[in-house]
Design a protein around this ligand. Sequence first.
Ligand code: SF4
Length: 442
Amino acid sequence: MATTLPSPPKVGMVSLGCPKALVDSERILTKLRSDGYQLSPDYDQADVVLVNTCGFLDSAKEESLAAIGEAIAENGRVIVTGCMGKEAELIRARFPQVLAITGAAQYEDVVGAVHEAAPMPANAFLNLVPESGLKLTPRHYSYLKISEGCNHRCSFCIIPSIRGDLVSRRPDAILREAEKLVAAGTKELLVISQDTSAYGVDLRHAEWTWKGEPVRAHMTDLARELGKLGAWVRLHYVYPYPHVDRVIPLMAEGLILPYLDIPFQHAAPSVLKAMKRPANEAKVLERIHNWRAICPDIAIRSTFVVGFPGETEADFQYLLDWLDEAQLDRVGAFRFEPVQGAAANDLPDPLPEEVKEERYARIMEKTAAISAAKLAAKVGLTLDVIIDVADGEGGATGRSYADAPEIDGEVHLRDAPRARQGDIMSVLIEDADEHDLFGVPA
Ligand code: SF4
């Protein structure tokens, strides 16, 4: 006679914030799933709802609070985790009914809170978790977090006070996770951290054994080994320390994508000093030229903050001139926004909002013109494109090596009925605008 097993509790998840927070959500869900919990796609069926918050900017905090409010209104049984966990009092003041609040990267605490809020029946049937864990990104690309925390103290940032100093993962553990992801269908690995170039500093770049060979906890070793797994490997959050020069030949060899995401944030020396930015040195432009000499196709993406306290018109003009020289492929710009608890809030000479707006408009105009010219130069080339979305009727959207998901541009395909999500296709580029490319299968 068949025994009816009690059904396991269902957990809903609202994940806000950056890719690092998304990876935290995936880890939490993977653990809960392996503990036997089911996942609920909506509020109605969930026994408890987890809200993974972002507390980086004040606007992100508001968004997090709104998400907590919505989960309480729709379900009522809510656990809060993530970066805003640091501000438990603020959350409790607004939402006293929240069941538990835990901070970023406190996996055991949040999983324990779920067990308490929605206990597992004694003999609930445990489903197996896929080898690669549970993912919130589409199957064909995966974020790979290599470290937590940061040893720097940039004056506008509160991440070190939320996440602590740098703690790197062992290289063999990262490589094992990457290998499983590739075996499960991942075609693109996106390496993330707060400071990828600093990977392994806390481990003194010690050696581990991977497939019988020594591999150091170092960005170069890790990039080389990841490159052997057969997926695209894209490096994010790289600071231009001298040793970054050693990954450029790996790009020229085709082992990893010729793509570097370097958050420069500014170029004027006085502003960089006030920001307390790492790897702030005068020769960055020369280095970029050298990288292009070794790997002419390298795509460099960056973000910049305009309107930082004390930024003069001359500083801003310096930045625009620097951008003319650097010819970066992809640029995101932000107006400076004070973050509660950040040292930069106490700096003298904050700028009026209208000055920030005006500078923001000018940097956007400059970078759009550079991007348009760079993309126009790709018309007529044949590029490999990874397909993100395909309608099965000829239309598809993907990305070239120069485009990370969500943050960069796209390649729009026509006459591609055979394109499927995750395919890497050869595409003839026919047209370009300021952000995107347009093409047909070659
Ligand atoms: S490098 Fe600076 S901006 Fe980035 S996480 Fe560390 S302190 Fe924050």
